[in-house]
Ligand binder design. Structure first.
Ligand code: NAP
Length: 271
């Protein structure tokens, strides 16, 4: 079994983005938040560090409530000095990421939060897909797995990960199955996968009985273990002897996601 690490891939993406950012115009990325959640603060901190190293200016836009978030997104969308906009969760009660995403101008929607971006993806038109979904595709690519005609099974149907990822996999010519909490026989479905992507947000949901010999397993999940450490949706120790490769948590999808966000910010600045 191979661990399919994301850090080297992420470093390469950031390096290329830094070279493009240096060629100008200098990218400006706005991150809108409305929470004290420590996980969000940690994520924002990691974006800020990577953005600084890539030559991207990150503006943190802290809002007090739902109305403030919407107002700020409208203002940032209209501001010619801002190239990319991301909106971090959790958002205030009553404001979903899709509702907030509707207020992000599509050309600045570098994390694919807008329903318009999702619709364009579904229609096969150019759009930013959520960075996490793009990160999964990049990891599959470096694993050497040919997606054409392969059976990809995605566990999770959220608007930010599962659904856009399914569309990207379809565009890569895979046959796609999406599983969720009402799926009758999860292990039966996932065992048919050449490529299994776990994006459920349930620690160690995927065990040995869910994986076919030789499958590629991509673990999107980030869950807090009882000791405070971060664990994925995949029980890596159980799956290791069966799978061809598994992405680690941390160090798999996460760093690639951040690198792709920055790559998209540079692309948005270049127009
Ligand atoms: P979400 O909105 O909570 O969606 C979870 C999805 O998983 C839902 O569709 C849910 O089904 C399904 N699910 C939950 N438990 C299941 C089970 N026991 N069996 C089958 N399906 C199940 O979560 P999300 O925002 O998509 O995020 C998923 C995970 O990825 C989280 O751990 C999150 O922290 C992580 N994440 C990581 C990154 C990264 O860059 N590494 C980025 C984004 C998210 P229903 O629809 O039926 O409820």
């Amino acid at each position: 079994m191979t661990l399919l690490e994301g850090r080297a891939l992420a470093a390469g993406i950031r390096e290329r983005a830094a070279a493009e950012a240096a060629a100008g115009p200098a990218p400006v990325l706005a991150a809108v938040t409305a929470t004290d959640d420590p996980a969000t603060a940690w994520y924002l901190g990691s974006i800020a560090k990577a953005a600084a190293a890539t030559g991207i200016e990150l503006r943190e836009e802290r809002c007090a409530d739902a109305a403030g978030v919407l107002e700020r997104l409208d203002a940032l969308s209209a501001d010619p000095g801002v190239h990319g906009i991301i909106c971090l969760t959790p958002l205030p009660d009553g404001l979903s990421l899709s509702l907030a995403g509707e207020r992000i101008a599509p050309a600045k929607d570098i994390d694919g939060a807008s329903p318009a971006s999702l619709g364009r993806l579904a229609a096969g038109l150019e759009a930013y897909a959520p960075a996490t979904a793009q990160a999964v595709i990049e990891l599959i690519r470096i694993s050497g797995t040919n997606l054409e005609g392969a059976h990809a099974v995605v566990v999770g149907r959220s608007t930010v990960v599962g659904k856009p990822l399914a569309m990207l996999l379809l565009a890569e010519q895979a046959t796609v199955t999406i599983c969720h909490t009402r799926t009758r026989d999860l292990a039966g479905e996932t065992r048919r996968a050449d490529v299994l992507v776990a994006a459920a947000g349930r620690a160690h949901l995927i065990g040995a009985e869910h994986v076919a010999p030789g499958a590629l397993v991509i673990d999107v999940g980030t869950n807090e273990a009882s000791d405070g450490s971060m664990v994925g949706d995949v029980d890596t120790a159980a799956v290791e002897p069966i799978a061809a490769a598994v992405t680690p948590v941390p160090g798999g999808v996460g760093p690639v996601t951040t690198a792709i966000l920055l790559r998209n910010a540079v692309a948005a600045a270049r127009g």
